[in-house]
Ligand binder design. Structure first.
Ligand code: B12
Ligand code: SF4
Length: 568
């Protein structure tokens, strides 16, 4: 096998999810991942690309996707086979705190001399507690770890203590935990993602292992890609662990940093070379200055990108912005997450806009030629009672009426699950926002993830909704919304029925599990494993609704190989 300086591993949410009977619930219905959360952070490709440019060899292994797509895939054997002096494991999303720590343990078991490094938002937030796990040697904090990681690998290869590596938390030779200054927070991102798709392709070929680079199960048929425009956020949503205050307090970033319009369009162009799938432009462009969006839109027009582009707005957008967007990216899609129809609930969530302004945005986007608008509502948030969540669904009916049943409007509703984000304003000041945080340590979250049903995994409840109420309301609201969407012809009757059948089955199952929990009957739970798995995996059919058309050859492998060979 060719030399490797760093292996980046992505774990499933729960390491032994194939053995444990766990009813996951609708925790990942609105993203490409299954409840195993098999998608690795976009930062993996950025870290790999940066290090490859610096002369190191990096391999990405998405263990989660391999375990999910191949029942016989032996993750431990794969870990044992890999050879590298450093293994980086993401703990970006808290939902991986079971799997990531388990994978770290296996790395140490098979490679006692190798170093184990953690990184990502959750690793940054929980760094002190995590250092209590003996399998973790290093944690790199922050949203921009490319350069610190290069320095760390240099130290490891040259057997130097990493005292000067910024953002690093580490254990020194005396077994003391050391925290280096957290001061690498770049205000310019021109050093990252310069040629990342080319470098990714090179590694795929070098290690002859496309399967391990796959971002999520089903990616080959629906290769949606993400293009990040910024690190940080100007907004401060109450439940968000990526809000302005979380970035400031937990990731040392006082304000967001934006990539240049050229870099963003370069990424989109690179994606277009190997994929016909949509590209999701992450981050509301309205956060930038007007001349930024003008330049970005100009470049998009000039490059004539054929892939469908998805944009998101965090707040209502002016008509002129949407028109310019429509001209730059005809056929564009728009996403917005008002979370609730009720202005009071929205305000408590940190979204200070009126229903009129929101509906005007939908109107203007439709007029600007949007091909679809995905509207996301959430259940379990502050000031929201079960009735209020159900009223949100009825509001969706009103919205569809108001727009004459326009089939480009796609409302969705889902629970805030399984976790309230660590570091979010609500997690940090639960009383102020009417939340009760039930788990306060990494270990409690780890244990929560292996509970038999998602009701017991939820790490919070609110003054207005208990965990029990949230779970019950979630099923009722989602079933009702599916029926509504079928009534308006937004989804087919068959899809609504299939969706509702699996939601009903999940609801029945969660009641059965509640009874088993009361009786502490482990054997009865194990006997349900097959049925629970069937419900868990069929839960993912919901994602079908969010897909856009991608044509007959979604991924162009030959073209990618050619690009690699010619160095782009
Ligand atoms: C884009 C985004 C997504 C995209 C993910 C695209 C992708 N593949 O990364 C989508 C929409 C799919 C998504 C899904 C989810 N998301 Co999200 N997401 C975001 C968002 C809006 C931006 C993240 C971003 O820009 N990252 C770019 C940079 C900062 O990160 P990065 O490049 O990936 O990684 C850098 C560092 O984090 C670090 N790093 C990361 N991993 C590692 C590993 C090692 C070893 C090292 C050294 C460093 C390192 O270095 C990288 C480069 O320097 C944030 C909110 C925000 N404002 O930040 C939420 C956020 C990260 N998501 C969050 C959550 C909860 C989720 C979901 C669990 C939601 C759900 N229940 O469905 C899922 C999980 C998906 C999965 N794994 O399957 C929370 C996380 C809170 C927490 N601490 O757990 C956030 C903070 C806010 C939120 N609620 O949306 N998300
Ligand atoms: S949820 Fe709010 S704070 Fe978080 S990334 Fe989106 S707009 Fe920013």
């Amino acid at each position: 096998m060719p030399r490797c300086d760093l292996v980046l591993l992505h774990a499933p949410s729960v390491y032994d999810f194939r053995e444990k009977p766990i009813l996951y619930g609708p925790v990942s219905d609105q993203i490409p991942s299954s409840p195993v959360f098999e998608m690795y952070p976009i930062g993996f490709t950025s870290l790999a690309e940066y290090l490859e440019r610096a002369g190191y060899r990096v391999r990405i292994v998405n263990l989660a996707v391999r375990m999910l797509t191949d029942r016989n895939f032996d993750a431990e054997a794969m870990i044992a086979k890999l050879e590298a002096p450093v293994f980086g494991i993401d703990l970006h999303w808290m939902v991986h705190c079971h799997g990531s720590i388990e994978v770290a343990r296996l790395v140490k078991k098979h490679h006692p001399q190798a170093k184990v490094l953690f990184g990502g938002f959750s690793a940054s937030y929980w760094c002190r507690q995590l250092m209590g796990y003996p399998e973790i040697d290093y944690i790199l904090r922050g949203d921009s770890t490319e350069e610190p990681l290069r320095q760390l690998i240099h130290c490891i290869q040259n057997k130097k203590e990493p005292e000067m590596v910024p953002n690093l938390v580490w254990r020194d030779s005396q077994n003391e935990i050391r925290e280096n200054p957290f001061n690498h927070v770049p205000n310019d991102l021109s050093h990252v993602m310069q040629k990342h798709y080319v470098n990714t392709m090179r590694s795929v070929i070098r290690y002859r292992d496309l399967a391990s680079y796959t971002p999520f199960a089903g990616w080959k048929d629906y290769p949606i890609s993400a293009v990040f425009t910024c690190r940080g956020c100007t907004h401060n949503c109450t439940i968000c662990g990526g809000s302005a205050t979380t970035f400031r307090d937990s990731f040392s970033r006082p304000q967001p940093v934006f990539r240049s319009p050229e870099a963003v369009v370069r990424d989109i162009k690179q994606i277009a070379r190997f994929s016909n799938g949509p590209a999701f432009v992450l981050g509301d462009l309205q956060q930038t200055k007007d001349d930024y969006t003008r330049e970005l839109f100009r470049l998009l027009r000039e490059k004539k990108i054929r892939n469908q582009l998805i944009f998101e707005v965090f707040e209502p957008a002016p008509k002129e912005f949407l028109q310019r967007l429509g001209q730059a990216a005809p056929d564009f899609c728009l996403e917005m997450s008002p979370e609730s129809h009720d202005p009071e609930v929205r305000k408590a969530e940190g979204r200070h806009f009126t229903t009129e302004a929101m509906e005007q945005t939908f109107r203007d986007a439709l007029d600007a030629g949007v091909s679809r608008i995905d509207i996301f509502f959430m259940m379990g948030i502050g000031k929201q009672t079960p009735q209020s969540a159900l009223d949100t669904v009825e509001y969706c009916g009103h919205l569809l009426d108001r727009f004459g049943g326009d089939k480009r409007l796609f409302p969705f509703i889902a629970p805030l699950a399984p976790f309230l984000d660590p570091g979010s304003p609500a997690f940090e000041n639960p009383e102020k926002h009417g939340y009760r945080v039930l788990f306060k340590t990494v270990e409690e979250h780890r244990q929560a993830l292996v509970q038999p049903s998602w009701k017991y995994s939820l790490n919070y409840e609110t003054e207005w909704m208990s965990r029990e109420q949230l779970v019950e309301t979630a099923y009722t609201a989602m079933i009702r919304l599916n029926s509504l969407k079928a009534e308006y012809g937004i989804i087919s009757q068959e899809m609504a029925e299939a969706e509702n059948q699996r939601l009903e089955a999940a609801r029945d199952m969660r009641h059965t599990i509640d009874e088993i929990v009361v009786q502490s009957d482990k054997e009865a739970l194990h006997n349900l494993k097959g049925e629970i798995d069937r419900i868990n995996m069929s839960a993912h059919t919901h994602w079908e609704e969010l897909k856009l058309p991608v044509g007959a050859t979604p991924v162009r492998f030959l073209r990618s190989l050619l690009s690699w060979a010619t160095g782009w």
